[in-house]
Design a protein around this ligand. Structure first.
Ligand code: ACO
Length: 455
């Protein structure tokens, strides 16, 4: 950026800014539009706007990153107003109908659909890395019987980093590749082990004859039968749900993975951070929160009072609203259809009736319409998971297994992006100016800590 007199950047488009404090005008280059027309200015170009030469310069203030692009990305495209979601250019509707989850994971990472040879090799590698070190079982046994499976999953993925010390060689493409394969392969195993721990059931080892989703269901549900055979409707539903959840641009957990990964830590630690972010009820925890909300409502006759309390600001209608989608979440449309297919197999119960009535009312109520609050993907996924008999606190774990594909693609894209550095936002300090220290407590044995180290 330069002052108006000389636009050194020579950009074809520029933003003219006049600082009324100094009367100086600046010309800030506007970045050329990206594929889908997104434009931006570089925040660093604002730094030269200052009143005195020794000032820090102007920053942008953007709590919760409402209008800040932290990177360029070629992975996922979302148009929140039009309800569009595409992975690498392919509409989510087509992938959900025709692709497999592992094919989608390949696509997210590599940018193109795999050839048959590439796919067979990818599938083979992921299938043969599904086992986890036996010590992980001991590690999981340390959790209480009622530990939340997301806490267990987060910790056990972080623990995996200690089993693969070479994963920290993130500059080495071969190490990155094997870490990505290991994470995609072992997430279902760890998730299933967390499930079995809570249930007090023995861990079931992976069955490498089965596909990705069916093997996962086998590790979750198999009892004494020698060979697990999943209900085809459930296997299909989970495969589609995994595809729908595989990536979603710069959401909270992906931002966490990219930020943690920007410190060049190993990907197991970065993905553990993503799982922690996903656990929150405003993000992946929402599908669990939907079911809690339905339980709390209890009966269809209580719905009008519940809707009124939401409108009065006494809580949210969980599973509605989205930071990006201000029209129907395209995934919700697919999931609603999927839900119909699953409910045909398992039937409709009281909770489902409450959910459908909530949806009907919310879609016709002025409060929700005027705020563009539509059902998001989590509104229906919880209902499907529940009808498949997954416990409520396991829903977000299913989300995490699928999102691992996106986290890893985004992590690698971030590492290979020459413009990226360690993620480190600025702040606007609002605390005290300098003041002198005067103690208000008695320090007693200050310095006595020597006893702790010198016996
Ligand atoms: N129920 C009732 N009112 C809502 C809801 C909701 N679910 N969501 C937003 N609103 C209201 C807000 O109170 C606000 O009203 P106001 O303008 O009168 O103050 C208005 O709609 C705008 O809401 P914001 O909070 O500004 O929207 P934001 O983009 O920050 O939040 C979020 C998005 C966090 C998803 C929010 O809609 C929400 O909390 N929804 C419920 C939780 C949920 O379902 N999360 C899952 C998201 S999808 C995912 O992570 C996979």
């Amino acid at each position: 950026m330069s002052k108006t007199e000389s636009n050194a950047a020579g950009a074809t488009s520029a933003l003219e800014i006049r600082d009324t404090r100094t009367g100086t005008s600046y010309s800030v280059p506007i970045m050329p539009p990206a594929t889908e027309g997104d434009t931006a200015i570089r925040a660093m170009d604002l730094r030269q706007i200052k009143q005195k030469p020794d000032e820090f310069g102007l920053m942008t203030y953007d709590p919760a990153f409402m209008n800040t692009a932290s990177c360029k990305s070629a992975i996922t495209f979302i148009d929140g107003d039009k309800g569009i979601l595409r992975y690498r250019g392919y509409p989510i509707e087509q992938l959900a109908e025709k692709a497999s989850f592992l094919e989608t994971a390949w696509l997210l990472r590599n940018g193109e659909l795999p050839t048959q040879t590439e796919y067979d090799d990818w599938k083979h590698q992921i299938t043969y890395h599904t086992y986890v070190h036996e010590n992980i079982k001991t590690f999981l046994q340390g959790f209480r019987y009622d530990a939340h499976p997301m806490s267990m999953l987060c910790s056990s993925v972080a623990a995996l980093s200690s089993f693969y010390p070479d994963a920290k060689n993130i500059e080495d493409p071969a190490e990155r590749h094997i870490s990505i394969v290991r994470l995609l392969a072992k997430l279902p195993t760890l998730a299933a082990f967390c499930f079995r721990h809570v249930k007090g059931l023995p861990f079931i080892y992976p069955d490498n004859d089965l596909g990705y989703v069916e093997n996962f269901l086998s590790m979750v549900a198999r009892m004494s039968e020698p060979k697990y055979e999943g209900n085809p409707a459930f296997v299909k539903a989970l495969e589609v749900l995994f595809i729908l959840h595989a990536d979603h641009e710069k959401n909270c957990s992906t931002n966490a993975v990219r930020a943690i990964g920007s410190s060049h830590v190993d990907p197991f630690s970065a993905v553990a951070g993503g799982i922690a972010a996903l656990y929150g009820p405003l993000h992946g925890g929402a599908n669990e929160a939907v079911l809690h909300m339905i339980k709390e409502i209890g009966d269809k006759k209580n719905i009008p009072a519940f809707i009124e309390s939401v409108k009065a600001g006494k809580g949210k209608l969980m599973g509605f609203g989205h930071r990006v989608y201000k029209s129907y979440d395209p995934r919700a449309r697919i999931v609603k259809k999927l839900a119909d297919d699953v409910f045909k197999v398992v039937g409709i119960d009281k909770d489902l009736e409450i959910a459908l009535e909530l949806e009907r009312i919310a879609l016709s109520d002025e409060y929700f319409i005027s705020r563009k609050l539509y059902p998001n993907v989590d509104f229906y996924t919880g209902l499907i998971y529940r009808s498949m008999a997954f416990p409520t606190d396991f829903f977000t774990v299913l989300f995490a297994v699928a999102r691992t594909a996106g986290w890893l693609a985004q992590w690698e894209e971030m590492l290979l992006d020459k413009e990226q550095k360690i993620a480190r936002p600025r702040q606007i300090y609002t605390g005290y100016g300098e003041r002198a220290y005067e103690s208000t407590i008695s320090h007693g044995g200050r310095g006595g800590g020597k006893d702790a180290v010198r016996k």
